[in-house]
Design a protein. Sequence first.
Length: 264
Amino acid sequence: MNTGSYNFEQLDDAAFQTTRLYQQSQAMRDMEVSILRAAGLKPAHDVLEVGSGPGFVSDLLAELAPEGSLHAVEPSAALSAQIETNVRSRPARGLFVHQAFGDAVPLADEQIDFSYARFVLQHVPHPLDVVREVHRVTRSGGRFCAVDSDDGLVIFHPEDARVSKLLCDAQAVQTAQGGDRFIGRKLQGMMTEAGFVDVRSRVLALTSSELPFPVLFNILLGYKASLLGGAVDVPALYEELAEKVASGGLMVAAGVFIVSGRKA
């Protein structure tokens, strides 16, 4: 499997992207606890995390499953090397870091109670292969939760032509690299096709009145701007939009799809 539309080693702004991932994980931590518990994560579960990055969310998964185990799967050597450092407390049955792709998880069949893929499948050239692999390693009765973006749910009001162009250009670049900015709406069908049952979807709205604008800006535009290199003056765009949000002249919103299913 190729790296798709997220290759950390090839990013020109790797330090910024790591900071962005940390800010995102911290800003959404309380929401994520609710998402994971509602999706069925239990303290004694054996957990699989697909696309762990540097381990900021791995830390939360380990906290919520302290009596179980955590298998963190991440293809990037640079990111997987950071996971053990960023997980503050290991689950009782161990933390296992696997430098691997999500469509080739190095686990035997039916080893996992709960799997999580967070903002990962949008980057994968063949996401259904990853979902099928998660199904393979999941025990009967185990659950899978995927959280991902869909640019059809991004709203700037009033519209800003520069933002609209940035979104459109980034969508084209990500598609060319094997990604999909509209993956959210497709997850339910993928899970069903892979064999999961009781598949359910909901949308979580994130708005500029609920999240600090620097965090929301980085969630919405930080990665997209990195795709376009120096084509966008990101600091200038941020400063202008932040001033409008602070004055009440701009409302920004995004929707995140949360899709979960069970293995029969």
